[in-house]
Design a protein around this ligand. Structure first.
Ligand code: SF4
Length: 215
């Protein structure tokens, strides 16, 4: 296993800069209610709905994406658009249940205009919500979809292709984290031939399932 630690120092590019055991909000419901009316960053002025989470708050896997897109902004549920449909196919192919095996969220809870990447200031402003989710869900494993989630959680920015499918020891309550391709990346590469991003990502999710259920 690759050994990495969360960088908890001030100014770190890592998102989780509070002690990992701490939760800025007492409950997930309290955090979600705050996010629904939050104006801590400019994304609060342009969103339709904040997008807090989907799946189970007792799930063993936390899947973290980048930011809500248009359909997520309209529905309030993460991974609902085309990328979400592809994620559902990946989960089925890997034998994982979205509703019970996963707790799904994003690094920021509101849609960036035009689906641009969230800025460092926006991610920092939204940090207490993700911090609360990690602290209270207490996942056994994390799946980081795409470079933004990897940078936010691990504080590292290597190409996803060079680190996907590997486990990183985050030292966050012993939670291991695996970077994978973002489903929106897979949408741009339709091939399902051997060695394609689709096949590699199915294998990554199957490795996640085996880590939870070795037999
Ligand atoms: S993205 Fe996060 S910090 Fe910014 S307004 Fe939405 S909930 Fe608040």
């Amino acid at each position: 296993m690759t050994q990495l630690s969360f960088d908890l120092t001030a100014g770190s590019p890592a998102l989780l800069t509070h002690p990992p055991s701490g939760s800025p909000f007492p409950t997930l419901a309290a955090a979600a209610a705050e996010a629904a009316t939050c104006q801590r960053c400019p994304l609060g002025h342009t969103r339709t709905c904040s997008v807090f989470s989907d799946g189970s708050p007792t799930a063993p896997i936390m899947l973290i994406g980048e930011a809500p897109g248009q359909q997520e902004d309209e529905t309030g549920t993460p991974f609902m658009g085309r990328a979400g449909q592809l994620l559902n196919q990946l989960l089925i192919a890997a034998g994982l249940d979205r509703a019970t095996d996963l707790y799904i969220c994003n690094t920021v809870k509101c849609r960036p205009p035009g689906n641009r990447k969230p800025t460092p200031a926006e991610k920092t402003a939204c940090q207490p919500f993700l911090q609360t989710q990690v602290a209270l869900v207490k996942p056994q494993l994390m799946v980081l979809t795409g470079a933004t989630a990897v940078a936010s959680i691990l504080g590292k920015t290597p190409p996803i292709s060079s680190i996907r499918g590997q486990w990183f020891d985050s030292s966050l309550n012993g939670v291991r984290a695996m970077p994978v391709f973002h489903p929106s990346y897979l949408l741009r590469y339709g091939s399902r031939a051997e060695g394609s991003p689709w096949v590699l990502t199915v294998a990554d999710f199957q490795a996640v399932r085996r880590a939870l259920h070795p037999h």
